[in-house]
Design a protein around this ligand. Sequence first.
Ligand code: GAR
Length: 201
Amino acid sequence: MKRIAILVSGRGSNFEAIARNIREGRLEAEIAAVVANNPEAKALDTARALGLRAILLPSKGVDSDTYAAQVVAALAPLSIDLLCLAGFMRRVGQPLLDAYAHRILNIHPSLLPSFPGLHVQQQALDYGVKFSGCTVHFVDSGLDTGPIVAQAAVPILDDDTADTLAARILVEEHRIFSEAIALVLSGRYRIDGRRVIRLDV
Ligand code: GAR
């Protein structure tokens, strides 16, 4: 069974969706650890309630590379196949990128390359786009720049607020993140430049 670690900063609904998809047989994987950088993260309580290994590594005041080295050290004994950033709000430092090259996925609530960074649902509304959505991508050293594994589009309605749009995007996040994890864990893809190509096997 492939082993994943999930990095979180807050609510953890994407983590919960992954856990539910595993429990209900839609995703074959084992959650070996949930790592939070924020002591207030609700996801930590959820992980404990589900009987999962919950690791709190506070990142406040710690630079990205030092923090990444701490995460690498914490995960080293756990034989992790894939790292999943599920609402993890820190940049990923080089030691993690080196230790898990092409083995880190992030979920982002916009159709990249539009609207990287933070407060992206508001950015989409302010820009006036008619569709937004979500993206699962490999993590590289840029800000939300790695090769794209999966996307889903969500129409923007005239009466949307950042919150109503975020809620509709979240439904799609919960679906495509597990689909992308399944694809990457299966190894049935190749990366050609920026393109992640699914292999029929
Ligand atoms: C999700 O919408 C996720 O896409 C976003 O934070 C939210 C976390 O929700 N991530 C980013 O913006 C990463 N830059 P969750 O904690 O309920 O999964």
